[in-house]
Design a protein around this ligand. Structure first.
Ligand code: GLN
Length: 472
């Protein structure tokens, strides 16, 4: 498996070079990606130029990293999967990109996503379809579907995604790879096209837990350019990663194992829990009593913030500009009408409604109060346990097209992931086995591990133990 450490070993042993590796990755993308659709674009020449100049002694020296198409990389497209930004080219590097480059990495390739990261299947991309590499008739998950599919198909060593309500963890779960959502404020959002600013975080999607730690190490830390970035010390995420789970208290929330979960998913997650117990973890039953309000709360807050964030797309400054307009109002209306897809419009309308005078108190303010209760649930739980274990998604990857007529079905599938964003805590998805589909394909299932704010070092340690248990 071409992990980050394996790539670095091959460079050090002289078995390959960054330019040779990029050339072969490029060939693989040309040959195999048309059947998967993970990439929206990739620019070999600029990556080769960087590879020739890279410093192999740095922690990510010469390692190409695929980037979700809502994270700005200087002089590369950043379409956000939208017609609106189809021809937009980023004028600067996001802070995460600047930091990855400083660690020696080479951003290579732009990955497909749901439009403006709104969705759970990548079917809301206006610019292409992405399939699950384990079964091309199924979704890769979303919204970072391209980022997860590229890693799963071995068309990327590692990638970046963004997670507002599960968009790193859920596609990682559906594609059988590792996906980490850092605590809110751990990683700078500067240069990430905003969806819901109080929920968005950038994080890694990788083959293994060690690689997730390596990427987080390079990206984490305070950034004055993001006012919500935390000025907290960044520990070394790798020193304790192999320390195991002996003595760790792991909470099992009863609300995450009730109605609606696929029995096979449940049994794989329970097996992973038993394996961690066998390694010496103490399993504790807990309750997160406000769980059933999370989906409704999220869809009020996220759409409210999206309606405000997306008001910058006015046809004037960047992106789509409608022609043949009567006046400035007509320019706004036609540019937005032509540039945005159905799901983005639905969210803007919903968000504008919940913020409008007369409804603000009934919806938006009330959702903020419920958000505080959800956060309190986690604070209470983390006074008893080191981390919480749950499924990532109630079911394995569904068929492409199965929910497009009913957006509510997709909203409900976020039930286990969105509370982490509302509470600002960290969470990771680690593969824990496969379900066999009716067509005899193997559909991966993820175990979710949730940790307190800024507890990524402990989260990664538990994740590493879970990974070795399921690989054993
Ligand atoms: N599926 C959720 C949504 O559609 C989460 C998306 C995300 O995390 N970006 O809003």
């Amino acid at each position: 498996m071409l992990t980050i450490s394996e790539t670095r070993r091959r460079y050090a042993a002289g078995e390959t070079t960054p330019t040779a590796l990029l050339e072969s990755l490029h060939q693989e993308i040309i040959a195999r990606d048309p059947a998967i659709g993970a990439y929206l674009s990739h620019d070999l020449d600029s990556a080769l130029a960087e590879a020739r100049a890279c410093d192999l002694s740095l922690p990510l020296g010469g390692v190409p990293i695929g980037i979700k198409d809502n994270i700005a990389v200087y002089h590369q497209p950043a379409t956000c999967g939208s017609r609106y930004l189809e021809h937009f080219v980023a004028p600067y590097d996001a802070t995460v990109i600047r930091k990855l480059r400083a660690a020696g990495a080479i951003p290579f390739g732009r990955l497909n996503q749901d439009e403006f990261a709104m969705g759970s299947s990548t079917e809301n991309s206006a610019l292409g379809k992405t399939c699950n590499p384990h079964d091309p008739t199924r979704i890769p998950g979303g919204s970072s579907g391209g980022s997860a599919a590229a890693v799963a198909a071995k068309l990327a060593i590692a990638t970046l995604g963004s997670d507002t309500g599960g968009s790193i963890r859920q596609p990682a779960s559906h594609c059988g790879v590792v996906g980490l959502k850092p605590s809110y404020g751990r990683v700078s959002r500067y240069g990430l096209v905003a969806f819901a600013s109080s929920l968005d975080q950038i994080g890694p999607i990788t083959h293994c837990v060690d690689d997730a730690a390596l990427l987080l190490q390079a990206m984490a830390g305070h950034d004055p350019a993001d006012s919500t970035s935390l000025n907290a010390p960044v520990p070394n995420f790798l020193t304790e990663i192999n320390a195991g789970v002996r003595g760790k208290k792991l909470g099992i929330p009863k609300e995450y194992f009730g109605e609606g979960i696929d029995p096979e998913v449940r049994s794989l997650v329970e097996k992973a829990i038993a394996a961690l117990a066998a390694q010496g973890a103490e399993i504790v039953d807990i309750s997160l009593p406000h769980t059933s309000y999370a989906v409704a709360t999220y869809y009020v807050i996220a759409t409210a913030e999206a309606s405000s964030n997306l008001s910058r797309f006015d046809g004037v400054r960047y992106g789509k500009r409608a022609s043949q307009v009567a006046d400035v109002l007509d320019l706004y209306q036609k540019s937005r009408e032509q540039g945005f897809g159905a799901e983005v419009k639905r969210r803007i309308i919903l968000g504008t409604y919940v913020l409008s005078s007369g409804y603000y108190d009934a919806y938006y303010s009330r959702a903020q109060k419920v958000r505080a209760l959800i956060r309190q649930d986690f604070q209470n739980a983390f006074s008893q346990v080191d981390a919480i274990l749950s499924p990532v998604s109630p079911a394995p990857a569904r068929k492409i097209g199965a929910a497009v007529t009913d957006p509510l079905l997709d909203y409900l599938s976020d039930i286990y992931t969105i509370a982490a964003n509302l509470a600002g805590i960290c969470a990771i998805s680690v593969p824990c086995g496969n379900v066999t589909s009716e067509e005899h394909t193997q559909l991966p299932v993820g175990l979710q591990i949730l940790g307190p704010p800024l507890a990524e070092a402990s989260l990664l340690q538990i994740a590493k133990a879970a990974e070795s248990a399921t690989l054993a």
